[in-house]
Design a protein. Structure first.
Length: 265
């Protein structure tokens, strides 16, 4: 129920809050019983109209179809150009002078560490990060990859909690950095910033629900095929380590799946 409490922090319109609460409610239904949820096509249609949502379209190829002919098309790198444009404007605003600073980080640099306290919020200007959870057995599970315009550390700032996951640079990174206090000030005083961040949070929750439902609806082979197609279409190259951690499997299992895909084609 953490997301409902976060929504109440914002000063968005009633319509925006209804969108956020509806996504929260439906995402729980998806995670509980994705196979028996009759509103899935309507839900995906709703997401396609929601700002910043991933594209879900009618499948052209029957082999790629999901529930009732809906295609689950993956975008490996999440971006939010609307928020990036807002940050560019705020960075040159006289009222925000000194409140925002640009910082550069090399590949593999950690910006946020799981279960550690942090006092800053970041918005990616360029580059890619991976967000992952380290389990008790030491294995990492990648939640998502984030790119331009995505915000980092916002949940920790809003909830006053340690890092929920680790955020690490996959490529050289340039970010806008602000304190947790400044982030809260922007939410209270900048309506466009407030609304855009709320849309981003709602979209992330929806993406998490869709990813969870997809993992239950499809085989690993089908999911891997979609991932490889998404990487190819976006001209992205990831290591086998990244792919295995994203799928939650070992590299050995990934190699076996890749071999089976090669033999089937």
């Amino acid at each position: 129920m953490a997301f409902v409490r976060v929504v109440n922090v914002f000063e968005g319109t009633a319509q925006q809050k209804r969108h956020a609460h509806r996504i929260f409610h439906i995402s729980h239904c998806l995670n509980d019983k994705p196979r028996n949820y009759p509103e899935l096509p309507e839900f995906l249609g709703h997401l396609s109209r929601f700002p910043g949502s991933p594209p879900f379209t009618k499948a052209r190829d029957p082999s790629s179809r999901g529930h009732q002919g809906i295609e689950y098309r993956m975008d490996m790198i999440r971006t939010n150009l609307k928020l990036l444009q807002l940050m560019d404007s705020l960075a040159v605003s006289v009222h925000s002078k000194g409140a925002l600073v640009q910082r550069s980080f090399p590949e593999r640099q950690r910006l946020i560490t799981q279960e550690h306290q942090h006092s800053s919020v970041y918005v990616i200007k360029s580059g890619i990060v991976k967000c992952y959870i380290t389990e008790e057995n030491g294995k990492d599970y990648i939640l998502e990859f984030l790119g331009e315009g995505e915000v980092l550390g916002e949940m920790e700032a809003l909830r006053h909690t340690p890092g929920m996951c680790t955020v690490e640079a996959v490529t050289p990174l340039i970010v806008y950095k602000m304190s947790n206090t400044q982030f809260g000030h922007f939410l209270r005083t900048q309506p466009d910033f407030n609304a855009t961040v709320m849309e981003l949070l709602a979209t992330r929750l929806a993406n998490t629900a869709i990813k969870g439902a997809r993992q239950q609806l499809y085989t690993l082979s089908h999911t891997l095929r979609q991932l490889l197609s998404a990487l190819n279409s976006q001209h992205i190259t990831f290591t086998k380590q990244h792919l295995s951690e994203y799928l939650g499997i070992s590299i050995r299992s990934l190699n076996r799946l890749l071999k089976n895909l090669d033999q089937s084609e």
